[in-house]
Ligand binder design. Structure first.
Ligand code: ZN
Ligand code: ZN
Length: 471
């Protein structure tokens, strides 16, 4: 018997946490943060307390109260709703589709005996994230401090990662990693062979990005293997929009070519595909692409793992050296990872960028806006917002603040140009019609009800959080 329990990602976008059981074999697919649920209770200054272990996250239902999942040190702290400590973990492996936090963000809370299977690139992204954020309770992906963390006892525990491509075995299951195109590099879909048939988990994907050929190859390979049960994302099941990454390129290059002042391109961090689009635009309009230190650290980390990641040594890229701590650019103001990136010929301070800003394409957003103010902009500047619409109140408030800053800096010309990281309805439907699965279990969508009339040859089973489905 195959049992599938969606612990997160049912009727919501993200927070994917799926338990697959087949006899005595058990694996997890993703273990992400449910931002919708988390946002109902927490904000910047009211965050889950490390001192309370898992209690804050379990009492609010941000994490599922399932026995056998979590770290022994956190369970031992106890608290309301915290399961009792266990001897055997409830899963033998975690298959991680990609490094977006709504899929990977809470893996640091899992029992350390559960190894994570992911692409080398996803592992690289997680190491960058943990490095940039420093040691924080919700960012301990690769290793963690055992809690309670007494000052004289601060040994870290490493988590086991298995970097996979192609065929591999995890938790007794024969599996296949299939690269897909998404708005972060290293994204995978997984084919898991069960006693009932092949399960395909799409993770997040699109068929209209620069690496669309990966998604098409995945579809072809999965079709040839045969899919019994499809666990499909449906973020944009209600959208018909055919906009592609190429549209972003075409819309933006025209506007950039007409601009005599600096260009500001505001896009999601770690969206290397979008960075490649703006790098191409910079090259073709004879500008230098200016990126932040965390962006440069990401490029440096991924360079040897994925040949599509831009190489700082060969490309017209400069790295903004932020003013930190003492404000004097002293070496001691920077952490080790920052010093490694900044001790290179491509580092520039805001003062050094200011006189050359008209020849720059500045990949900076709201979080970097004060540095942008140091560089300056003016009436000749162009601001490109290359991200999705604001979903939450906080995002909307940040967008307003960004507009206020731009007004202050005299930037009058604004352009919105974006293509999503997720497939729209026509591509999702084509995927299902190509794979012809017996069963479709929709995840990562607020509209699972839309599937049924679109794929009439397939049985659609809408999951409910924490309720096992059995075949
Ligand atoms: Zn997602
Ligand atoms: Zn994603």
């Amino acid at each position: 018997m195959v049992r599938l329990t969606v612990l997160g990602g049912a009727g919501e976008i993200g927070g994917n946490k799926i338990l697959v059981e087949d006899g005595d074999r058990r694996i997890l697919l993703d273990f992400g943060i449910s931002f919708a649920r988390r946002g109902q209770f927490f904000e910047e200054y009211v965050a889950p307390r490390a001192a309370a272990g898992l209690a804050d996250l379990l009492v609010t239902g941000v994490l599922p109260a399932v026995p056998g999942l979590y770290r022994q040190d956190l369970l031992a702290i106890g608290g309301p709703g915290v399961p009792a400590p266990h001897t055997e973990p409830a899963a033998e492996a975690l298959l991680l589709s990609h490094a977006h936090l709504d899929h990977a963000g809470h893996l640091g809370f899992l029992d350390a005996r559960i190894p994570t299977y992911c692409s080398a690139v996803s592992h690289g992204v997680l190491s960058v994230l943990q490095g940039v954020r420093g040691r924080a309770f919700e960012s301990e992906f690769l290793d963690f401090l055992e809690r309670p963390a007494f000052r004289d006892l601060r040994a870290t525990v490493s988590r086991r990662f298995e970097l996979v491509e192609g065929e591999f075995t995890a938790g007794g299951f024969s599996c296949r990693a299939l690269p897909v195109d998404h708005s972060i590099p290293g994204s995978l879909a997984f084919l898991v062979r069960t006693s009932r048939g092949n399960v395909l988990y799409t993770g997040d994907l699109r068929f209209h990005g620069p690496d669309a050929a990966d998604s098409e190859a995945m579809l072809d390979a999965a079709r040839r293997e045969g899919v019994w049960l499809l666990l499909a994302e449906g973020t944009r099941l209600d959208v018909l929009d055919p906009r592609t990454e190429d549209d972003v390129y075409r819309e933006c290059i025209g506007a950039v070519a007409e601009t005599t002042g600096p260009v500001i391109a505001d896009f999601a961090p770690r969206d290397v595909a979008r960075m490649r689009t703006f790098l191409r635009i910079a090259r073709e309009t004879d500008r230098m692409l200016v990126v932040t230190t965390p962006d440069a650290y990401l490029l440096e980390t991924l360079r040897d793992l994925d040949p599509r990641v831009p190489d700082l040594r060969r490309e017209p890229i400069l790295v903004l050296k932020e003013r930190k701590q003492t404000g004097t650019y002293s070496d001691r103001d920077y952490q080790r990872w920052e010093r490694r990136v900044l001790a290179r010929p491509w580092a520039r301070t805001a003062d050094e960028l200011r006189p050359m800003r008209d020849r720059c394409l500045l990949a900076l957003g709201f979080w970097d806006v004060q540095h942008l103010a140091d560089i300056g902009a003016g009436e000749d500047a162009l601001y490109i917002r290359s991200a999705s619409e604001a979903y939450t109140e906080e995002q909307a408030a940040d967008e307003r603040r960004m507009r206020n800053w731009l007004e202050l800096l005299g930037v009058r010309r604004h352009l919105h140009s974006h293509a999503s990281g997720h497939a729209p309805q026509p591509d999702l439907v084509r995927m299902v019609r190509t794979l012809r699965p017996e069963v479709l279990v929709p995840v990562h969508t607020e509209r699972p009800d839309l599937w049924r009339p679109l794929v009439q040859d397939t049985t659609v089973v809408e999951p409910r959080t924490g309720v096992p489905l059995e075949w």
